[in-house]
Design a protein around this ligand. Structure first.
Ligand code: PEP
Length: 249
């Protein structure tokens, strides 16, 4: 079986009590599978709870949804990489479309954050993806390349090899519309060749955008997809158990 990564982005849901109940249900229902990893991105307030509850399970990991690039300082409301790591995070999302399009995060911010995450010893999960207008203008691949270049240019090969990419078309996030497996595969292939061209041997490229129980099997049948980043359909533990247990050839 090929290695697959299932990442749950809980966004602004599931505080510590709800996270604990969720994980009790998840751990009781999910049978670990070889080559299958499940990563949880809870809100910062629940990171410690999640990382403690999954301790000792090498197939499970907790990560931060966002981090600041500075290790400490007067940045009210922000979470630094060292603080996230202290709460058990071993990965961090960078440049999620909600950070870019709701909070105005720039390409330059993603570059600083990727470097901070790497410097702190965590795995950056860099999110890239086009808006509907950019897709309709035929700019999908160009946007992915621009976001990769802006965030990753100049990284040493060793650092580049640690980066996971999530291709998340903005128009597909939380909308119920998802890219077809073939559309996603085309972008994944472009992302993969961008990374391998710079020395990343076998990059992990996830797809995100309205993934659910109905479309997961069809999406993962496309071998360009190394896994998925899921928002809405990850919020219910029973649904998430089913989703991450999906049989894949
Ligand atoms: C996301 O938040 O990264 C995401 C893909 O959300 P959803 O699955 O709800 O579209």
């Amino acid at each position: 079986m090929r290695p697959l990564l299932f990442a749950a982005n809980w966004k602004m849901h599931l505080g510590p009590d709800a996270a604990r109940a969720y994980l009790d249900q998840f751990l009781a229902g999910y049978t670990p599978q070889p080559d299958r990893k499940v990563w949880f991105f809870p809100p910062a307030i629940s990171l410690d709870t999640v990382s403690r509850r999954i301790a000792g399970r090498p197939d499970l990991l907790a990560g931060a949804q966002d981090v600041h690039w500075e290790p400490k300082g007067a940045f009210t409301g922000a979470t630094s990489v060292p603080l996230a790591a202290e709460a058990g995070a071993r990965a961090a999302l960078v440049g999620h479309s909600e950070r870019r399009h709701v909070f105005g995060e720039t390409d330059a911010d993603t570059a600083r954050k990727v470097r901070a995450v790497l410097a702190g010893g965590l795995v950056p999960v860099l999110c890239v993806g086009e808006t509907l207008a950019q897709r309709e203008a035929g700019e999908t691949l160009a946007v992915a390349r621009r976001q990769l270049l802006a965030a990753l240019d100049g990284l040493e090969t060793d650092a580049l090899r640690r980066v996971v990419i999530a291709y998340e078309p903005v128009w597909a996030i939380g909308t119920g519309r998802n890219a077809t497996p073939a559309d996603a595969a085309q972008v994944h292939s472009e992302i993969r060749s961008w990374l391998t061209g710079r020395g990343a041997a076998s990059p992990m490229v996830l797809y995100g955008g309205s993934v659910n129980l109905k479309n997961i099997a069809e999406l993962l049948a496309e071998r360009e997809l190394d896994g998925v980043l899921v928002g809405g359909a990850s919020l219910d533990a029973a649904t998430w158990v089913q989703l991450v247990s999906t049989p894949v050839a």
